[in-house]
Design a binder for this molecule. Sequence first.
Ligand SMILES: NC(=O)c1ccc[n+]([C@@H]2O[C@H](COP(=O)([O-])OP(=O)(O)OC[C@H]3O[C@@H](n4cnc5c(N)ncnc54)[C@H](OP(=O)(O)O)[C@@H]3O)[C@@H](O)[C@H]2O)c1
Length: 480
Amino acid sequence: MGDVVESLTDVAVVRNTQVLFKDYVKGYPTKSDMVVTSDGTIRLELPKDKDGVILIKNLYLSCDPYMRGRMTKDKKGSYVASFTPGSPLAGYGVAKVLESSHSDFKKGDFISGLTNWEEYSLITDPQSLIKIQHTDVPLSYYTGILGMAGMTAYVGFYEICSPKKTDAVFVSAASGAVGQLVGQFAKLLGCYVVGSAGSKEKVDLLKNKFGFDEAFNYKEEGDLDAALKRYFPDGIDIYFENVGGKMLDAVLSNMNVHARIAVCGMISQYNLNQHEGINNLIFLILKRIRMEGFLITDHYNLYPKFLNTVLPLIQEGKITYVEDIVDGLKNGPAALVGLFSGKNVGKQVVAIAHEYFPDGIDIYFENVGGKMLDAVLSNMNVHARIAVCGMISQYNLNQHEGINNLIFLILKRIRMEGFLITDHYHLYPKFLNTVLPLIQEGKITYVEDIVDGLKNGPAALVGLFSGKNVGKQVVAIAHE
Ligand SMILES: NC(=O)c1ccc[n+]([C@@H]2O[C@H](COP(=O)([O-])OP(=O)(O)OC[C@H]3O[C@@H](n4cnc5c(N)ncnc54)[C@H](OP(=O)(O)O)[C@@H]3O)[C@@H](O)[C@H]2O)c1
């Protein structure tokens, strides 16, 4: 719970930090177009005069390029309303239900969908929100791979691009929330895939983490046409368009007959007063190209099908997802405007509060004791196990701290068992036969923190109690 400012009854009134939209923006947005304030408060109960509403605690907020459109007053042709100056920003997010008078949601549920950029929100029309059923993946994924960005990649690639496994696929803004998935979907199908991104770090990610066949930094290519010819000597069959402008012009002249372009976004144009002209549209005719724009909001009927496809791919490790998470609403404005200079590496998320174990803890390997043990106890599941290995937080205290939550041992039928390794050395040969091959096959790794010379031994030893060591602390006297 946030700072309680008043608690006259059993209902708390807490501070509700918010990110307010200041005023309409021209050109590139800056973080000073928003203000973070903790002046407001919220009463943590449902209003008595309204039914069908929910009170939520926001956990993760999604930063999305389309939000730039909402910063312009009555944007021409816009499909989403402008923000209201003085009100909190709104966008996709993940939240926990604190109270509900809506039959679809109950206290403790996790939901994803449109919310406000604030710690707590009262949602008066929750019917568009999705109740999260699968909490065995990070909840933040519902802002990205399992949310709007994931749906966009899925619909854009499978529904709009009509892909075949022999296709050569090009993705721009390829390391972002949408692009990283489009490339992986295309690779799963067997396509040849190339991505463009704006830094070496992102290019490395595309090739080494997401499995793109090739990737290039478009900022270092003086001639985009030449770059595309280098990576697509036989032409492009599918272009997943995220950026528009010069890249689109270069792609058009490199496309094959009957190629497809899924026009998903044109981020290079969002902050310009007048969009750049595209000169190569004649290739639509010459090459009989299908170029089709889409808005993901038209396709939410596919969400269950999408979830059935993508969730197993995540669980089986067949696709991966990189997030760029900043902590705290105070860092939200910079994260949002960072999208337009490519500061984000992967899906940009703002975390307000983390829920690491929404479904509780089954096993706790206890190394520290004290406050951590108390906190863990109240988060454990029925029949959970605690291996009590160590309690280093207590070793230097004259009197050990009291643990208050032991009642959960009974309530949750938890087994908590201390052990000393000296009782178990007969297992050493079995242990070695198990662990040595895992090391040799690279299936487990080990980090050591080695200081050289006995003279550094005392500092290394006492450093354990202030966390100076990073990994296993060793003193090397002589190296062999
Ligand atoms: N049609 C729909 O329904 C729909 C839904 C979701 C998203 N979208 C669109 O899909 C695109 C990608 O969205 P996302 O959420 O995945 O964003 P993102 O890739 O996570 O973030 C935006 C990225 O765009 C790149 N960029 C920024 N300014 C650029 C410029 N002037 N020229 C070229 N690249 C630029 C940056 O990467 P670099 O470092 O690579 O430059 C930046 O990291 C956006 O255009 C967005 O509007 C459309």
